[in-house]
Design a protein around this ligand. Structure first.
Ligand SMILES: [Zn+2]
Length: 81
């Protein structure tokens, strides 16, 4: 006999394909102080320089890092276009 999926599983499956809006904030870890600074996906996609909110360190955000961020988020079930 086949049981229907429990509701909790359905909710998790829903989360698995979450599409992030471009204003969603992604924590980016600072190279200097290792604190996270939230940066919007729109800024990441524009490859805007990231300024740490904690120590003020400024660094470039590269296309390669954008691709890694995209992969890491995809593994967690979050996607952005
Ligand atoms: Zn910092």
């Amino acid at each position: 006999m086949i049981h229907p999926l429990p509701i909790a599983t359905v909710i998790i499956e829903d989360n698995v394909s979450t599409i992030l809006p471009c204003e969603a904030q992604i924590p980016i870890t600072c190279d200097q102080c290792e604190a996270d600074t939230n940066v919007s996906i729109a800024d990441l996609k524009a490859l805007a320089p990231i300024t740490c909110q904690h120590c003020g360190a400024r660094r470039a955000f590269t296309q390669a890092e954008l691709e890694i961020t995209r992969l890491v988020l995809a593994q967690a079930g979050y996607y952005f276009s």
